[in-house]
Design a protein around this ligand. Sequence first.
Ligand code: PMP
Ligand code: GLN
Length: 390
Amino acid sequence: MIQKSKRVEAFGTTIFHEINLLAAEYGAVNLGQGKPDFDGPEPVIEGAVAALRDSAHNQYADGRGLEALRIAIAQHEDSFYARQLDPDQEIIVTVGATEAIFAAILGLTDPGDEIIVFEPFYDSYVPNILMAGGIPRYCPLHPPAWDFDPDQLRSLFNAKTRAIVVNTPHNPSGKVFSPDELALIAELCLGHDVTIITDEVYEHIVFDEAVHTSMAQIPGVQDRTLRISSLGKTFNVTGWKIGWATGPAELVAGVQRARQFMSFAVAHPLQVGAVQALQLPASYYEALAAMYQAKRDRLVNALQQANLKPATPAGSYFVMADFSAVYEDDDKAFAQWLIREAGVASIPPTVFYSPPNQHIVSKQARFAFCKSDATLDEAAARLQALGQRI
Ligand code: PMP
Ligand code: GLN
């Protein structure tokens, strides 16, 4: 009998796929997967189209990423984080942040090593760790502030700890880690010789007084920090899957050693478009944050009206909402019920926790607001109509 490998046996299907199928079946407004329903900036799209029409760009790119893109990423790191990086040694282009994270785990840790993750975690981290033969250790974040217990974090560090994955701004909670929290993580990593893998794909989506501090800016740990980001969230082109990892040459070399045998090279014409994106002026980033702040307020307001008690996020494009005032069962049942009864799709967040800690969010749902105002208004109207029926 042909069987799946034991390595993947327990994985099932991602929640995004499951919810997308159900949302399509019921014609729901889909606030589940973080996927904009509007396009990237025109010059960026046109840059990729022009590259597609120029045959030089339709063959394999440099496996490390186009030189022009690595230079553009270096400029971005300098402008936003005052990091001066060598585009040849300290920057690598990947198939989205997703590949960068997997390649980092494969290229920087060994089987049997412990890797600390905060939960809720982005859904690929744990399968990545398990596929690499690592052991995930969990530090829960607790609503409503999504803070963690410093002693609990401290207790997870031991001689087997090899890496920690930090995600700020954080999906799904919308938390932006404070400089003090990052400094504590840094201190523990220094003390235990631990590598820091930092996923900052929402780096430009922060609201109100919140300020995104990169883990790579914390003094003392720059030489052990790999910073990962991607084009998808900042430029509304999640389908392009262009990401990157930056950091000390030794770490980047480890990532490249793994990823050269995963995808070898990244889509060439899209890398040309990515160069255009990173050359947009500083005002682009301000407008992006302002646009998402207005969308956040629109969705938070709609959820409040529907008595789905949202926690206002400081960053990312997700809102967590407590549904316990309107529904009794758990988050998975709620997500299905809301699709069927209201025609609105969300993501049940227990999938982002290890089983012992799932109770923390078993009465919550994650809603995405990377959607046109018309889509958000339609969701609001449907939620309101449901509220009047129940
Ligand atoms: N990390 C986090 C926290 C995310 O929310 C996402 C979004 N899918 C990713 C990584 C993956 O990014 P990409 O699409 O660039 O692979
Ligand atoms: N980051 C997005 C989310 O959390 C999309 C994830 C995915 O499709 N893998 O919704």
